[in-house]
Design a protein around this ligand. Structure first.
Ligand SMILES: Nc1nc2c(ncn2[C@@H]2O[C@H](COP(=O)(O)OP(=O)(O)OP(=O)(O)O)[C@@H](O)[C@H]2O)c(=O)[nH]1
Ligand SMILES: [Mg+2]
Length: 318
């Protein structure tokens, strides 16, 4: 089954649990373009049942280790889970992070777990569209819990990390001194804070720092205040409490209407991005040929200004 390249056939196979088919569909999504759009059209009507949990934080904070521990906790409760590890650095399609493979290997043969590292196709516009598409695919084939690991470094990565239904921000003791993470951005998207590597010193100070930052941020009166948990990813200590915090946030988001608001906002953002990408594609198509050359020459020779030339190019297009 998984040998087929027809998205419909692959999708049917994926829905009945064929892991090869899931992997092939994700590769199509990762490549983007028309193939990805076809998969998206097939998957969309079947999606909407999954809940997504983002795990983000500075490089090396222990996101993969924690993710693996969370998977272990969920599997002990007989809950199935899919994991997407977004790799912002690798330009290679299908490039898996070796470290993730090693750390998450324990779960590699468990049919209740699906783990996939996704490369970013070398450009960030790709990442912000590819991630929701991949999530939707996993959703459509029946995965109810989807964990998404991203590195919270730059603004774009943090924005992507914040697109989960519940976002866990992983920090370490001494986080206050670290310059690697986009702190303000992470503060904004956190639903749950976890101080991982709490076997090291400085946990209390870090907790105080976070509490202080939360006090200073003007959370609305009846809003959710992100709880601060402590874990040791390597032993799994604190992981059940971390998961309980995720469940508590989910319950809050569902009953308060925050979840619906977030999802509606995300749908609008995604649509806007799709439209923007289409317009960029269209721009590439029209900015060529004789008329274009003539207009460019006029600008170069100062016979025309670039704005008027652009107006002339777009005349009848928009
Ligand atoms: N002492 C200690 N080490 C930990 C803990 N959790 C993870 N580590 C170690 O920290 C290192 C980084 O862990 P990862 O899980 O790869 O961190 P990550 O955030 O996924 O890293 P990137 O994906 O590269 O950003 C590994 O050597 C882990 O074994 C912990 O609670 N305590
Ligand atoms: Mg990792």
């Amino acid at each position: 089954m998984a040998r087929s390249t027809d998205p419909n056939t692959l999708f049917q196979a994926a829905r009945s649990g064929d892991r090869g088919a899931i992997a092939r569909l994700l590769s199509i999504v990762e490549r983007g373009g028309e193939g990805s759009r076809r998969v998206g059209r097939i998957a969309y009507p079947h999606s909407g049942g999954a809940y997504t949990v983002g795990m983000t934080g500075a490089p090396g904070a222990g996101k993969s280790t924690l993710t693996s521990a969370v998977i272990g906790h969920l599997r002990a409760l007989a809950i199935e889970v899919a994991v997407l590890a977004i790799d912002p650095s690798s330009p290679f399609t299908g490039g898996a992070i070796l470290g993730d493979r090693v750390r998450m290997q324990d779960h590699a043969t468990d049919p209740g777990v699906f783990i996939r590292s996704m490369a970013t196709r070398g450009h960030l516009g790709g990442l912000s569209l590819a991630t929701p598409e991949a999530v939707r695919l996993l959703d459509a084939i029946g995965r109810r819990w989807i964990l998404i690991e991203t590195v919270g470094v730059g603004q774009v990565e943090v924005e992507i990390a914040g697109k989960a239904d519940t976002t866990i921000v992983v920090v370490n003791p001494g986080w206050g001194d670290s310059v690697q993470a986009n702190k303000a951005g992470l503060m904004e998207i956190a639903d749950v804070f976890v101080i991982n590597k709490s076997d090291r010193k400085g946990v209390d100070e870090t907790r105080r720092d976070l509490e202080q930052m939360l006090d200073l941020s003007d959370l609305p009166h009846d809003a959710w205040r992100p709880p601060i948990l402590a874990t040791v990813g390597t032993t799994g200590s604190g992981v059940p409490a971390l998961w309980d915090a995720v469940l508590a946030h989910r319950a809050h988001a569902e009953t308060s209407g925050v979840l619906d608001q977030r999802r509606a906002y995300r749908a609008g953002e995604e649509l806007r991005e799709i439209v923007a990408n289409r317009l960029r594609e269209r721009a590439r198509q029209i900015c060529t040929g004789e008329r274009w050359d003539g207009l460019t020459e006029d600008v170069v020779a100062h016979r025309n200004d670039p704005w008027s030339a652009a107006d002339a190019m777009l005349d009848g297009v928009l």
